[in-house]
Design a protein around this ligand. Structure first.
Ligand SMILES: [Zn+2]
Length: 267
């Protein structure tokens, strides 16, 4: 591993390549990731390294028209696309959040967890300036979305008018619910004529640059006010960041991936 990384570093001629060289070997291989899932408590790929590696990604801006964000669990919409939600709301674009599950299966011991997470989501959207966002709650069982991919796809087709920009998780994100949402969104976008962009969540933690489809990456630089709004929105998810009796579901080294002054989507 050490020799491999040294070779990559020697070959690097720009900061971009240097970061990719540093990242080589940080993440699990695809095989490890698909076999064992991932462990959010291990250090994973460092956030700073992604920030450098992603600096040359082509810039992207949210097209006009309605925006729909598919959130497998309350927090995914904010972590993956909070900045874009804030921009859409400020520009007066209609924002819909499809809340697929209530997140009741998160490994934390807290009373009425689902209700708590729904309130956190509402507060996060308010922090993003998107209090008026339409939240569609599908109430699928947390952790069991895979078995309901077809039904979810049909629901999304009905919820997404043509010309919508649809943001959904990436199909290689490593969490079964995220990947099921990705497959359903891909099908629905094609049928409904929506523009689909995927947002990684867990992939930033347990994947490395060799796993990303670089030509399809698009980067949205966030104005300072939107980055600040996203920071406040992320902080609303206390149950995931600072549960009183359990290790955090989103530990600081994972949360750090979502405090970049930009968001990255996969076309
Ligand atoms: Zn999630």
């Amino acid at each position: 591993m050490r020799g491999e990384r040294a070779n990559a570093l020697r070959a690097a001629s720009t900061a971009h390549e240097l970061a990719r060289g540093l990242l080589t070997g940080c993440a699990m291989t695809s095989e490890q990731a698909s076999k064992s899932g991932f462990d959010e408590q291990r250090p994973g790929t460092p956030a700073w390294a992604w920030t450098v590696a992603l600096q040359d990604v082509p810039r992207w801006d949210l097209p006009p028209g309605p925006l729909t964000v598919v959130a497998p669990h309350p927090d995914d919409e904010t972590l993956g696309a909070g900045g874009v939600i804030a921009l859409a709301a400020r520009r007066g674009q209609a924002v819909t959040i499809v809340a697929v599950t209530d997140g009741e299966a998160a490994p934390v011991h807290m009373d009425a967890l689902a209700q708590l997470r729904l309130r956190e989501q509402e507060r996060a959207l308010e922090a993003l300036g998107a209090k008026e966002a339409h939240i569609v709650r599908l109430e699928l069982p947390d952790g069991e979305v895979t078995a309901r991919t077809d039904a979810l796809s049909t629901a999304l087709e009905l919820l997404v008018p043509p010309g919508t920009t649809l943001l959904a998780p990436w199909r290689h994100d490593g969490h079964p619910d995220h990947e099921a949402c990705a497959r359903a969104a891909e099908r629905a976008a094609e049928t409904a004529g929506a523009r689909l962009y995927r947002y990684p969540i867990w992939a930033w933690h347990h994947r490395g640059p060799e796993h990303l489809p670089w030509p399809r990456l698009r980067r949205m630089d966030l104005p300072d006010w939107a980055a600040a709004a996203k920071r406040r929105a992320v902080a609303c998810y206390e149950s995931q960041l600072r549960p009183p009796k359990d290790p955090p579901v989103v530990p600081p080294h994972v949360e750090a991936h979502f405090h970049r002054p930009f968001e990255v989507f996969i076309a």
